[in-house]
Design a protein around this ligand. Structure first.
Ligand code: ADP
Ligand code: ADP
Length: 230
């Protein structure tokens, strides 16, 4: 079944920039897909369409069969609940501990305290950050902060995990660790979509690549490479 369907989407920003031109892409349950392309090619805009942070100018976006473009404001939290989101800049709450940051994502969706006490330690263990549960984000390295962000993104068992340049602020060693974890999360059944321009990672992982160039989808390939020279 389709988790994401982007259908003939064009996005024109108020200043006139056309960031996506008639883009169509389907992502099935269980897939792992990279959205790649140089800076300004439209990767973030495509992610924003999926998260409903921006609306398409033309076309439709469906998540788990629901038409996101037609969704009312009050229904957006329901959509976000089925999504896990990871950003380049981590976006942890600085005044909350690691445990509290992850628990907060469950409190927002009104999970029961019993569930929270069970799920949070599991999420922290999965990303290998249990022993920092009581630390504050400011006391952690970038790689550790991103692992916390990953735990937060997956603690509600989302059907789809979306990451926008998740390794953009990390050194190669930490980047590989985050990618290894994203791959593991995918193997456990979560659909994973990652916008990136890290060629070395894309070329090593040989996953599906959806390539944007100046807002146009120019290539969509299984087990693809960053460039299509060979
Ligand atoms: P990428 O993520 O691949 O770097 P973006 O989706 O951020 O690409 O940007 C695609 C194009 O849209 C770029 O030309 C960018 O300058 C432009 N753009 C992005 N966001 C906005 C915005 N809010 N207003 C106007 N133009 C924007
Ligand atoms: P902002 O200051 O950008 O409005 P918030 O204070 O709403 O951000 O949230 C701070 C951080 O907590 C952000 O990284 C945001 O992604 C995260 N966050 C907020 N709500 C949720 C949620 N329901 N699930 C997971 N993370 C959340």
């Amino acid at each position: 079944s389709k988790v994401v369907e982007v259908k003939n989407v064009t996005k024109r920003y108020p200043n006139g920039t056309v960031a996506l031109k008639n883009v169509s892409v389907k992502i099935n349950k269980g897939e792992f897909a990279f959205i790649i392309g140089s800076s300004g090619s439209g990767k973030s805009t495509l992610i924003k369409m999926i998260l409903k942070e921006e609306n398409p100018t033309e076309g439709d976006v469906f998540i788990n069969g629901y038409e996101v473009s037609a969704m009312r404001r009050k229904d957006i939290p329901v959509l976000r609940r089925s999504l896990g989101i990871v950003f380049q800049d981590f976006r942890l709450l600085p005044g909350k501990t690691v445990y509290e940051n992850v628990a907060f994502a469950m409190q927002i969706v009104e999970a029961l305290p019993k569930e929270i006490r069970r799920q949070v330690p599991m999420a922290l263990a999965l990303v290998g950050i249990s022993r920092k549960a009581n630390a504050y984000p400011g006391q952690l390295s970038g790689g550790e902060q991103q692992r916390v962000a990953l735990a937060r993104a997956l603690v509600n068992n989302p059907s789809l995990l979306v990451a926008d340049e998740p390794t953009g602020n990390l050194d190669p060693e930490n980047s590989w660790e985050i990618m290894r974890l994203l791959n593991e999360i995918n193997q456990r059944g979560t659909t994973v979509v990652i916008a990136t321009h890290e060629k070395y990672i894309v070329d090593a992982m040989r996953k599906r690549v959806v390539v944007l160039d100046k807002g146009i989808l120019v290539r969509d390939q299984q087990k693809g490479l960053y460039g299509d020279e060979d």
